[in-house]
Design a protein around this ligand. Structure first.
Ligand SMILES: Nc1ncnc2c1ncn2[C@@H]1O[C@H](COP(=O)(O)OP(=O)(O)OP(=O)(O)O)[C@@H](O)[C@H]1O
Ligand SMILES: [Mg+2]
Length: 237
């Protein structure tokens, strides 16, 4: 982890987030050149988050209490693990997963990218891998010059993973079923925190993802259901 000089909160759309979480700018920009100082970890995480959060969601914040609780648990677990292992940096390790459900435009992706930004300002390191399920399948399709298995391991072993739009494909194929099962089963068995969003309603989940994936998701994830109008259309509630 490299040392990051003091950052301008405006540049990273942080003013509201820092105020909401009572994180002072003095703290964020504090510390000497020790890269393991939590304030530097936060600055580093903020710059890394800015690379993976799409422009559209660059100012996103979490307002779901369930997701905020989940993030607090991850932070607490990371700090406990750091104390136990006398490690220089608190990093997200094991934890529960979340399944954000709801129709289009209800704010699932907004919350998911908000979670990345929220975690960044805590000073706990989180190495996110971020994908939509469609992009993941595309990246994993066997083709010349690509080691699909190595690519798969990047998702499977991510310390914390966002899979946006799981189950969005019209028709599951043997290929997507196998990827889903291998991915979810591994992350279930190893208790690797995973943030999943999906447009599926509960009763469609088993139909689309199969019983074995669904059973694991039910045990490993807390579901959060988003309701309301499509915010993109600005429809009245
Ligand atoms: N809490 C929020 N505050 C401000 N804007 C929001 C909030 N939640 C969502 N939005 C905005 O509403 C729009 C729809 O949100 P988002 O993209 O998260 O929906 P979604 O549930 O992921 O939809 P889809 O299922 O189609 O992917 C976006 O423009 C997003 O930035
Ligand atoms: Mg979305």
């Amino acid at each position: 982890m490299q040392w990051i000089p003091p950052i301008n909160p405006k540049r990273y759309h942080l003013e509201e987030l820092l105020a909401a979480r009572s994180v002072s700018l003095d703290w964020l920009n504090s510390g000497d050149v020790d890269p393991y100082n939590p304030a530097n970890v936060a600055r580093y995480s903020i710059t890394e988050a800015a690379k993976i959060v799409p422009v559209h969601y660059r100012a996103s914040m979490v307002d779901s209490p369930e997701i905020l609780t989940w993030l607090r648990e991850l932070v607490d677990a990371a700090r406990e693990d750091q104390a136990e292992r006398c490690s220089p940096v608190a990093s997200v390790t094991l934890g529960r997963s979340m399944l954000l459900l709801g129709p289009t435009g209800t704010g699932k992706t907004h919350q998911a990218y908000g979670a990345i930004r929220e975690l960044a300002v805590t000073g706990v390191a989180a190495r996110w891998v971020v994908t939509t399920s469609a992009d993941m399948y595309a990246a994993l399709r066997p083709r010349h010059g690509i080691d699909s298995e190595a690519e798969f391991l990047r998702y499977r072993d991510a310390r914390i993973l966002l899979v946006d739009d799981l189950g969005a494909e019209r028709k599951p194929t043997e290929f997507t079923e196998e990827v889903n099962f291998r991915l979810i089963n591994w992350r279930y068995e190893h208790q690797l925190p995973t943030l999943i969003t999906s447009n599926l309603v509960r009763k469609e989940i088993a139909e689309r993802l199969g019983d074995r994936v669904t059973s694991r998701l039910i045990e490993m994830c807390e579901p959060v259901v988003f309701k309301g109008p499509d915010r993109r259309r600005g429809e009245a509630a």
